[in-house]
Design a protein around this ligand. Structure first.
Ligand SMILES: [Zn+2]
Ligand SMILES: [Zn+2]
Length: 98
């Protein structure tokens, strides 16, 4: 699966990372002040994390959902990096497999 078109967006909460989701939302995630990853899980089921250790945070998040939810899809996973407020940030994404 191709990497989503991650890009920086300025919001009232500061700069964040979004992508063209395909639904009407603009899912936006940003790292916490200490650099640890923040995430957004869109209503359409796509999720992305931004910050240090984004990939492992995403994997534990998905593992926990798998244990606690009856119906949890399989995901395609990937990582990317993006320049956010002068720093290179790790991005990890998981999109439900069709
Ligand atoms: Zn949505
Ligand atoms: Zn969406």
């Amino acid at each position: 699966m191709a990497t989503p078109d991650f890009r920086v967006i300025t919001t009232d909460d500061g700069d964040g990372v979004t992508y063209t989701c395909g639904c009407e939302c603009v899912p936006t995630a940003r790292p916490a002040a200490d650099g640890s990853p923040g995430h957004e899980h869109c209503c359409c089921g796509k999720v992305h994390f931004v910050g240090a250790g984004a990939r492992s945070a995403l994997e534990s998040y998905l593992a926990e959902r798998k244990q606690t939810r009856k119906r949890e899809p399989d995901y395609d996973l990937g990582t990317a990096s993006i320049e956010l407020a002068g720093k290179t940030r790790e991005v990890a994404w998981a999109f439900p497999r069709e």
